[in-house]
Write a protein that binds this ligand. Sequence first.
Ligand SMILES: Cc1cc2nc3c(=O)[nH]c(=O)nc-3n(C[C@H](O)[C@H](O)[C@H](O)COP(=O)(O)OP(=O)(O)OC[C@H]3O[C@@H](n4cnc5c(N)ncnc54)[C@H](O)[C@@H]3O)c2cc1C
Length: 459
Amino acid sequence: MNAAADVVILGAGGGGYPAAFFLARAGLRVVMADPLGNLGGNCLYEGCVPSKAVREASLIRATAGKYALFGLRGEKPGMEWKGVLAHKDRVQQIRYSQHAEEIRRSGVVFHKGRGRILDGRRVEIEAEDGTHRYDFRDLMIATGSRPHMLPIPGRELAITSHDLFRLGADLPFPARPVIVGGGYIGVEAASMLNNLGAEPAVLEYTDQLLPGFDRELAEALHAGLKRRVRIELNAQVTSLEMSGAGLLVRYLQHGAERSVSGDAVLMATGRQPVLPEGIENLGLSSRGPLAANDRLQTADPHVYAPGDVNGRSMLFHSAVRQSLIAAHNIVAGGQPADRMDFESVPFTVFTEPELAHVGLTEAEARSRYGAVEVARYDYATDSRAQIFDEMEGFIKLIFTGGAGRLVGAQIAGIEAAQLIAPLAVAVSRGLGAADLAEAVFPHPMISEGINKAARSFRP
Ligand SMILES: Cc1cc2nc3c(=O)[nH]c(=O)nc-3n(C[C@H](O)[C@H](O)[C@H](O)COP(=O)(O)OP(=O)(O)OC[C@H]3O[C@@H](n4cnc5c(N)ncnc54)[C@H](O)[C@@H]3O)c2cc1C
């Protein structure tokens, strides 16, 4: 006989575990499974956390390049890649042991294993401790995403961000990496590896870094990064091959055949959803992202799909919010108790210069609202940016004309990822220029720029 569960959750990443804990606290019988056997999914195992642990090492080293500016003396630190990876592993292990304790206390039945869907009411979990079958009332598919590989000859020679950052990764340091793809994973890798001493080349298919991004932000990144990293736009990569001790990457650019060589090729060409086996037994498509509405329900109202698997906003903090929304709607018996506001999700790019945005771009806001007002703040006039000699940056706030409601913000420059948080609150809560102008922001921090830009708003 199958065991009964109110909710079965496949995947314990940001899309899975927040809902599991919430639903268990609400008194539901919750079963969760993940082959990683712990929480955090891709983000902790090979994504956000390890990549940012490596990036911090790279920033410390880069800051040492400014010793003289601060009146300090000393050599720029050498880089020991094994040590950098050990730091990353240590952070991952700390978080894994904390998460193991959270699982133990949660009341959730957790299996280290992979789930497959038998039919519209039953799943089977192939776990370390045997096979388990559950009847469920509601199902959450939070199985995330994996790197997408270009279908080109020689693709098996490439590595992905998973090979670089996963727990226990032991690849040699890529001193001359060729990075295929100028999306956020590609440019973050290029920036941090260069700060650690590498000479990367980035090949991007479209005519800008960060395709789909606000062009002013993408150009700010291009201007800063091109001083340190070779960047080729309009570059269509056609093949990879071994060449002597290294690798040769061939590409087409404006009709001409070109090539670049390196000691590693990082394929950073987007991510594709991971769907559980048996998804078609729910009457859902087994191809492409799993379509979900703003309540995170799929075409089957008892099946929810939060996180990367639905392809709508592939970030950890977005997955967490989506997970909780699905949980709120499950507790409400499938009634629309909560909905996801995808537009208020902040996006950050951890490069130098750092980028962040939330809400609408200026062009999007103009086409939606007609009249908009743009308020700007220039890092060149900021005390903290001057202290760090990081004066090439800006904060751009987009307000609706008249009412002055904040509908979007873009930031390029140091601390952009921290600065975007209060602006995400403002966009999601419908705050206006007066709210941001009348609040007091600390001096001398760059967040003052939000205050100053808002004060310059003229309806
Ligand atoms: C290099 C890199 C850097 C990143 N940096 C950032 C960042 O700085 N900030 C940010 O917000 N986001 C970042 N991301 C994105 C972030 O990692 C994802 O958006 C986030 O992990 C999505 O969470 P998720 O729960 O939807 O999916 P995942 O984290 O992919 O979790 C899905 C889980 O499902 C499990 N699973 C798969 N199939 C099954 C099955 N059949 N049964 C049971 N379990 C299954 C998997 O093992 C996995 O643990 C980064 C990603 C990468 C690759």
